[in-house]
Design a protein around this ligand. Structure first.
Ligand code: PXG
Length: 290
């Protein structure tokens, strides 16, 4: 595997960042998780835009233009002969001193790792998954804003551990007000009266790129989409539920906190959206080999 670090490629053993990098010392940095399908990088512009918005929000100046970052992603895919894969794009604050002050850091580092990802076992896509609500809540907007995909994912990791401790793969995170925000690495949707509902960004949901694609696909089908605040009660009584994310794509949920959702099987709208999403990912995106 060839890993891109600041314009050069390194083998897995030599791909290293300094222990003085504030990305390591403080989680001071931002990232994106991107997929390649069939020789194309899916929604590359959207991911690069979100990376720059995350960086802007933490006053991190990425030392490349958006076009250069996009090209670094494509070039790293080419260097690794990727047709289908997963790209982790990371920007760290860079090498600094012991001490929080980011002004003491030199240049931010841009890292691209292109490999494989397998998020959930395949049978969960067939049968649907069980998830639980966990005690760890989503960050407040006035703390580390949950819209920022920062390198400090400890909040989500704690929620993931709590889900795993409960014997399931994924956690529902509520916000401080008790409304549903999202899962640890996925957005959440329910179906009610043929309508798709997903928590608003104001509830602490990440503006997921898969979330936006699914909303568009649903509207194409003529299914109404809305973003109301949702409570666990609405989830329990949904006809269908599914999660969306770059890694997970669309995965059905059939049980929440012990309550069976719908008839306990992946629902028809979920299945239709999975098919449409699969078709879209295989036919659109930025060609790796122009
Ligand atoms: N919420 C959170 C908190 C995320 O981190 C999503 C929702 C889904 O967003 P996208 O834009 O991907 O539809 C994410 C994305 C991983 C992994 O390694 C995590 C994500 C994406 C890809 C891989 O666990 N999170």
């Amino acid at each position: 595997m060839k890993i891109y670090i600041d314009g050069k490629y390194y083998g897995e053993r030599d791909a290293k960042v300094s222990v003085f990098d504030h990305g390591f010392l403080y989680g001071d940095g931002v990232f994106e998780g991107i997929r390649a399908y069939n020789g194309r990088v899916f929604k590359l512009k959207e991911h690069v835009d979100r990376l720059f918005w995350s960086a802007h929000a933490i006053l991190l100046r990425i030392p490349l233009t958006r076009a250069q970052v996009a090209e670094a992603v494509l070039a790293t895919c080419r260097a690794n002969r990727i047709r289908d894969g997963y790209v982790r794009l990371v920007v760290t604050r860079g090498r600094g001193t012991l001490g929080l002050n980011p002004n003491r850091c030199g240049k931010p580092s841009v890292i691209v790792i292109a490999g494989k990802i397998q998020l959930y076992p395949p049978e969960l896509y067939q049968k649907g998954m069980e998830i639980v609500t966990v005690p760890t809540t989503r960050n407040l907007h006035n703390a580390v804003n949950p819209a920022i995909k920062s390198l400090n994912y400890l909040n989500n990791i704690l929620a993931k551990i709590e889900a795993n401790n409960a014997g399931v793969e994924e956690a529902i995170m509520l916000n401080a007000e008790g409304y549903v925000a999202e899962c640890t690495g996925d957005n959440l949707f329910i179906v009610r009266d043929g309508q798709l509902l997903t928590p608003p960004l104001s509830a602490g949901a990440l503006h997921g790129i898969t979330r936006a694609v699914v909303m568009d696909l649903a509207r194409d089908e003529g299914w109404p989409v809305a973003e109301p605040n949702l409570t666990r009660y609405e989830l329990f009584n949904a006809e269908e539920c599914f999660l969306t994310g770059t890694g997970a794509e669309i995965i059905p949920v059939v049980k929440i906190d012990g309550r069976v959702i719908g008839n306990g099987k992946p629902g028809p709208l979920t299945i239709k959206l999975e098919q449409k999403y699969r078709a879209l990912t295989r036919t659109t995106g930025e060609p790796i080999h122009p």
